[in-house]
Write a protein that binds this ligand. Structure first.
Ligand code: NAP
Length: 199
């Protein structure tokens, strides 16, 4: 299984640091190219590899950590998705609601990656929080996720868990996607799941 992160800014960098923390191999790409990532990969260690955008776009699971307005451009070089998974960590920040045509931003992301199975995740907490150790106060920091392909949700939830977070699967886009949409009830929350909450 190969993983790649598109975007090396606040969210992309935080995600990469979590892969590094667990020693899970991940590729990372940005707009400026792999040379611009030399310091980042040096700091994060050998599990994080800087690659071209095109190489990153061929991973089994591709994380989108770019501005919403850059999504289409960032996936332009993809050779076809063939059921691969795209994890949508973007938020349509500052996009006038009219530009979304009354739709959820993740539905528009899905249109940009035809044939991919899109799971929305890692978009509800601030990057500075995402970058911290997910093991907190005796529990694990919660990552919400939603998507219309149940199996893809299961696969991403398993990865979320491997990264040390507590996945909370909210179901399809119509239910969970709405809660995770920028401005939705779950955006900005920083929750910890405890193993034995009743004790
Ligand atoms: N910051 C947060 O706390 C936060 C929280 C939740 C969700 N989000 C969402 O996460 C996404 C990323 O936010 P951020 O704060 O990480 O942004 P950021 O720090 O500005 O980083 C954006 C990254 O996207 C890359 N990029 C831009 N256009 C691209 C293109 N056409 N092709 C490939 N890469 C491209 C940039 O590449 P270069 O480095 O080469 O310029 C940069 O690495 C946004 O959708 C945001 O709404 C952010």
């Amino acid at each position: 299984m190969s993983y790649a992160i598109i975007g090396s800014g606040h969210i992309g960098g935080a995600l990469a640091s979590q892969f590094a923390r667990k020693g899970i191999d991940v590729q990372i790409a940005n707009k400026r190219g792999p040379a611009s990532l030399a310091n980042l990969v040096r700091d994060l260690g050998p599990s994080v590899k800087a690659v071209s955008l095109q190489e990153a776009l061929s991973a089994n699971i591709v994380f989108l950590a770019v501005p919403f307005s850059a999504v289409r451009d960032s996936v332009r070089e993809a050779k076809g998705w063939g059921g691969r998974i795209v994890v949508d960590a973007t938020n349509a920040v500052g996009v006038p609601p009219g530009e979304l045509g009354g739709r959820l931003s993740t539905e528009l992301v899905a249109e940009a990656v035809p044939g991919a199975r899109v799971v929305k995740a890692f978009n509800t907490m601030f990057a500075a929080v995402l970058a911290q150790d997910p093991a907190q106060s005796g529990g694990h920091r919660v990552v919400f996720l939603s998507g219309n392909d149940e199996q893809a949700n299961v696969e991403v939830a398993a990865l979320v868990e491997r990264l040390g977070f507590a996945p909370v699967v909210l179901g399809g886009v119509a239910e969970g996607g709405r809660l995770q949409h920028f401005g939705g009830a779950l955006v900005g929350l920083n929750l910890i799941k405890h193993p034995n909450p009743g004790r």
